[in-house]
Design a protein around this ligand. Structure first.
Ligand code: GLN
Length: 545
């Protein structure tokens, strides 16, 4: 087939309808048919990236292999597909304008007036084309336009994709619009009007959707689909119903498949399945998704994992982490229940009450001093009560501080992030971070190799001598304290290949059954079809295996 096909997804009526999960599920289905896909997200905000935004504003910052700080939707794209994503897959309005303005300052527009059309729209189209230039064997480029149709911010993006279709032809481009079909609670009536309005809004931008995916509480019947079809000018067989899921978002590829969405997309482009195993029935990849869903439908047992963090109030703030914990139970069909504990609430008097029921304790990554004392109390509780513990990034750094204070007797031990003048800076700023003043994109970011110590718990989980994991931090274990920690039983079980950076710690097995901390973020690499070994081991240990 010549060049890739392009599928654009817009959203209407309301935000948070799940465009990210929907486009990722379409990606999963196209992969199940044998096609190679990538997914790009356009975010309408002016920030260059979400790296400096509060997780309360934006949810977690997802980190790619190449160290881009991106929207959490990229996490869904990587979890649902095998697409290799990098900084070119997450583009904000800020980046688009930054590129155009920098070019203008360099004099590259040769005296012309720089305008939204064509300069901004060209930049947007070029970002879409860049993906297939980088990966020439792509069959599909899926494009998610963030925000809701009708927002001022999305106008240049909609204009750019309108032009894109004009230039590449309808045979190579498809517009999918995701909308909400609400039920009015008083009469139980299902309302299609908001969807009609949303499509009108799109038409004003010159875009007629080819496919509608309608989110609703209940499945839409043929009559409703026909009504939507008539008013929105979309073929009835291309109006899809996406009712609320029963158990897990991992049902969505199946739900779409049962509705025939993947066949309809391929029909539109006059494509069939790719050859080989993709012609088998039942489709082997869909069967693997089914096994994932089965764990949620009928788990063999449940386990309670406490997550002690600062951003507990918002599930999206630790999205990849919760997903990775869930994946950790798949091998033994264990369902994970989260005990979400706000670290600011943990006090010496209530730690037992808050954590007594936890079968495993996890402290996730974070920044700043708020809630640190509560995290230290939770870690001490896990260590002393021999409850499986997993510390990630800040959660590892806190485990080091707790050990220094309560085992090594260094009462003032701290991270220089919270106490720059501390007498015992067991966690301190990395050498290369010392001179940095800019906040955005300047941490140690992205994938780095880590050498594991043979015979360690960590090695037993991975069964590999060298692993690659993603990072996002400025501070690190202070090498001056290595011997002291080792002598007291805290093992430095993962080091950078040159031996200079401590990437992971664990407690000696004579002291604790499972106590691991990683400076890196393993949650970014866990997928439902390939759970991460550290999460698997942690969840299984917590469940008593
Ligand atoms: N604040 C710590 C650092 O910068 C930890 C970062 C994190 O948990 N991602 O090193």
């Amino acid at each position: 087939m010549q060049g890739p096909r392009y599928i654009f997804m817009t959203g209407g009526v309301a935000s948070s309808l799940g465009k990210g999960v929907s486009i990722a599920s379409i990606g999963a289905l196209l992969e199940a048919r044998g096609y190679k896909v990538t997914i790009i997200k356009f975010d309408p905000y002016i920030n260059i990236d979400p790296g400096t935004m509060s997780p309360f504003q934006h949810g977690e910052v997802y980190v790619t292999e190449d160290g881009a700080e991106t929207d959490l939707d990229l996490g869904y794209y990587e979890r649902f597909t095998s697409a290799k994503l990098g900084r070119e897959n997450s583009v904000s309005t800020g980046q688009i304008y930054h590129a155009v303005i920098s070019r203008e300052r360099r004099g590259e527009y040769l005296g012309r007036t720089v305008q939204v059309i064509p300069h901004i729209t060209n930049e947007i189209k070029n970002r879409i084309l860049l993906l297939s230039q980088l990966q020439p064997d792509l069959d599909f480029v899926l494009v998610e336009i963030g925000g809701t149709v009708g927002d001022i911010e999305s106008v240049p993006f909609l204009e750019a994709i309108r032009q894109f279709r004009l230039e590449h032809g309808p045979e190579n481009t498809m517009f999918i619009h995701l909308t909400l079909v609400p039920i009015i609670t008083t009469g139980g009536e299902i309302k299609t009007k908001p969807t009609q309005h949303s499509v009108k809004e799109l038409l004003k931008q010159g875009i007629q959707p080819d496919i509608l995916i309608c989110r609703s509480k209940v499945p839409l019947d043929t009559e409703l689909k026909e009504k939507i079809s008539l008013f929105c000018n979309v073929l009835p067989r291309r109006v899809f119903s996406a009712p609320d899921i029963e158990h897990t978002i991992y049902e969505i590829p199946q739900i779409f498949h049962r509705e025939n969405l993947d066949s309809e997309i391929l029909n539109y482009f006059h494509l069939g399945n790719k050859a080989g195993e993709f012609l088998l029935e039942p489709n082997p990849m869909l069967a693997r998704w089914q096994r994932v869903v089965d764990v949620f439908r009928a788990p063999a047992q449940r386990v309670r994992i406490a997550v002690v963090g600062k951003y507990i109030a918002l599930h999206d703030a630790y999205r990849s982490l919760y997903e990775a914990l869930t994946h950790g139970g798949f091998a033994r069909r264990i369902a994970v229940d989260f005990l979400k504990i706000d670290s600011e609430r943990v006090e010496p008097e209530n730690v037992e009450e808050l954590l007594g029921a936890a079968q495993g304790i996890l402290v996730p990554g974070g920044f700043g001093e708020r809630g640190i004392e509560g995290k230290l109390l939770a870690i001490r509780y896990a260590r002393e009560h021999k409850i499986p513990y997993f510390g990630i990034c800040l959660g590892m750094q806190c485990a080091v501080i707790e050990f220094a204070r309560n085992v090594l007797g260094l009462a003032e031990a701290n991270s220089t992030e919270f106490a720059p003048e501390t007498a015992h800076p067991v966690i301190s700023l990395m050498e290369e971070q010392m001179a940095i003043v800019n906040k955005g994109g300047t941490m140690r970011l992205g994938a780095y190799p880590c050498r594991l110590r043979e015979g360690s718990l960590l090695y037993e989980c991975y069964l590999e001598p060298v692993v690659s994991e993603r990072h996002r931090h400025r501070f690190e274990f202070n090498n001056r304290y290595r011997t002291l920690f080792e002598q007291a039983g805290m093992r430095l079980s993962g080091l950078s290949p040159d031996g200079m950076l401590v990437e992971a710690i664990e407690l000696d097995r004579s002291l604790h059954p499972f106590f691991i901390g990683t400076q890196y973020h393993p949650e970014f690499k866990s997928k439902p079809l390939a759970p991460h070994p550290l999460f698997t081991r942690f969840v299984e240990k917590s469940a008593g295996f």
